[in-house]
Design a protein around this ligand. Structure first.
Ligand SMILES: [Zn+2]
Ligand SMILES: [Zn+2]
Length: 388
């Protein structure tokens, strides 16, 4: 197959995945196509690894070392508003995070590496379900991923709107945030809107609490600690001329270190209880941890940057100054094995991730295939040193 025909085929695969988005753990069509194509390239394929997860294994030479490369497969419950020819055919569902592109790039790399080799050792291509709600990586691990498909290092890519196509960025240490969610319930005594003194209505307390929670980041954490506390929902049982006796505040907190997450929870509990007392009502808090922080291994990050510079050009791969406050369940793999998660440009004009007009940039496909191919060959070169 000519080079042009190879890239054209991948663009068609990407657009086909885009037309058929599937929600987390329901990626049956996607997983079936992935498995079929991997078998077609001659890989050993295992399906059903953590729900709809697929692992393709490729061995060459007698190298004892092993690498995992990962793509996520799931789509979002968003109604697509863009009008590309390949727009979603699934009502209320779209590939709004570019996982259609991630799957395609990893398939392209698998085909290249199967056809051309250039490494010695074992490659596991992980096609992961359900990244968006942060359950798929853990499901694959719970299915015995590390025992059944052992690997020494792991690498993954996410497309990045705002970064030019052909550019690559990553950093050692924290690269994406932990996500905690909170749910605060205020209980007082509702009543007639004309007689607030007769009860303990909770609207004023709830509004005070929304404001006071901002003191956690601005006044309770050190200025050097990056964190976000966002109240995203405020609901009450009030109505026209009825003061509420119940209020519920829900929201989301991001941070990069467990100690900071613990401090946010502790301070939130104290502030919620204190504000409730000041307003004569009571507060209850549920605080749960959904995503752990994504922490890149320094040696693997240096290797990823070197591989990206070799394929994309010396000036197109940069170490990022700041981590990103979104979250990624690739963190679950990095908690157990060294590796690196990195960003690949989706274009400066690209709509943001999770936006109804977002679309993956097909021009980025060769760059992602190039990166995965290069990191595999570099880290499974016969003379490659294990990471320090
Ligand atoms: Zn997403
Ligand atoms: Zn994503």
């Amino acid at each position: 197959m000519s080079d042009a025909a190879f890239w054209q085929k991948l663009v068609e695969w990407r657009r086909d995945f885009h037309r058929h988005p599937e929600f987390g753990f329901e990626e049956h069509r996607t997983a079936r196509l992935v498995a079929e194509r991997l078998r077609g390239f001659g890989l050993d394929v295992t399906e059903g690894v953590g729900g709809t997860g697929v692992v393709g294994t490729l061995r060459r030479g007698n190298g004892a070392r092993s690498l995992a490369l990962r793509a996520d497969m799931d789509a979002l419950r968003i109604t697509e508003q863009g009008t590309p020819e390949w727009r979603s055919t699934a009502p209320g569902m779209m590939h709004g995070c570019g996982h259609d592109g991630h799957v395609t790039m990893l398939l392209g790399a698998a085909e290249r590496l199967a056809t051309e080799g250039g490494f010695s050792g074992t490659l596991h291509f992980l096609f992961q379900p359900a990244e968006e709600w942060g359950r798929g990586a853990q499901a694959m691990l719970d299915a015995g991923l590390l025992d059944r498909f052992p690997f020494d290092e792991i690498y993954g890519l996410h497309n990045a709107p705002g970064l030019a196509v052909g550019k690559f960025g990553t950093r050692a240490g924290p690269i994406m945030a932990a996500e905690d969610i909170f749910d605060i319930r205020l209980t007082g005594k509702g009543g007639h809107a004309s007689q607030p003194q007769a009860g303990r209505e909770v609207m004023l307390a709830a509004c005070a609490l929304v404001v006071e929670l901002q003191a956690i980041v601005s006044r309770r954490l050190p200025p050097s600690a990056a964190a976000v506390v966002s109240v995203t929902e405020l609901t009450t049982d009030g109505a026209r001329n009825v003061l509420p006796g119940q209020a519920r505040l829900q929201g989301d907190a991001r941070s990069f270190l467990p100690i900071i997450s613990a401090t946010i929870e502790k301070e939130m509990r104290r502030i919620a209880e204190g504000v409730a007392i000041a307003h004569g009502c009571t507060a209850e808090l549920d605080y749960t941890r959904e995503f752990i922080p994504t922490l890149n291994h320094p040696g693997a990050t240096a290797a990823a940057l070197a591989a990206a510079r070799a394929t994309l050009g010396a000036t197109n791969a940069e170490e990022m100054a700041e981590p990103i406050t979104a979250s990624e369940d690739f963190a679950r793999f990095l908690a157990l094995r060294p590796g690196c998660f990195a960003f690949l440009g989706n274009g400066v004009e690209s709509a943001p991730l999770h936006n109804p007009r977002y679309d993956f940039a097909d021009d980025a496909i060769p760059h992602g295939v190039g990166f995965f191919t290069a990191i595999a060959r570099q880290r499974l070169a016969p003379d490659a040193e294990p990471l320090a």
